[in-house]
Write a protein that binds this ligand. Structure first.
Ligand code: ZN
Length: 150
């Protein structure tokens, strides 16, 4: 299914890993949550600026493997100017893409995030890809300052 796109996808992941988007501390963030994936050692701090229920800015700091860095880089791009509900809906679609049944995958609904669809074939890397989203989920729910995937 992803065979012919795999090289292109890997290229995008390497690009985001080399030059992560939104890699900065946000001084006036409304939400700040730390995410940790002990399985791989990926650590990130996610910053959000909200205007009512709209995410008007998103950034991150931290260090992790190429998959986790590319994932949070892509995520902080895609959730900007989305409502909290839209962002949670994207998390659902992304989660299904990386862990669900193949027939449930909606690649057209995830846009650029489709480059991470390949991780579903590597169960050990799924948490690297979903760490950013679990951290976002915690930030939107505003219930915890830090989360761990384990
Ligand atoms: Zn990782």
């Amino acid at each position: 299914m992803f065979e012919d796109l795999r090289d292109l996808y890997q290229e995008v992941i390497f690009d985001h890993n080399r030059n992560p988007h939104n890699f900065r501390v946000m001084e006036n963030a409304d939400r700040k949550v730390e995410g940790f994936n002990p399985l791989c050692g990926d650590r990130l701090t996610l910053f959000l600026k909200l205007d009512h229920d709209v995410i008007i800015d998103a950034s991150f700091q931290g260090s992790g493997c190429a998959i986790s860095t590319a994932s949070v880089s892509l995520m902080t791009d895609i959730i900007k100017n989305k409502t909290e509900q839209e962002a949670e809906a994207l998390f659902e679609v992304f989660h299904k893409m990386t862990t669900g049944k193949e027939e449930e995958i909606q690649l057209d609904a995830v846009g650029k995030l489709a480059v991470l669809a390949g991780v579903r074939e590597y169960p050990a890397r799924v948490k690297c890809a979903t760490l950013a989203w679990h951290t976002l989920d915690a930030a939107l729910k505003n219930e915890a300052d830090s989360i761990s995937t384990e």
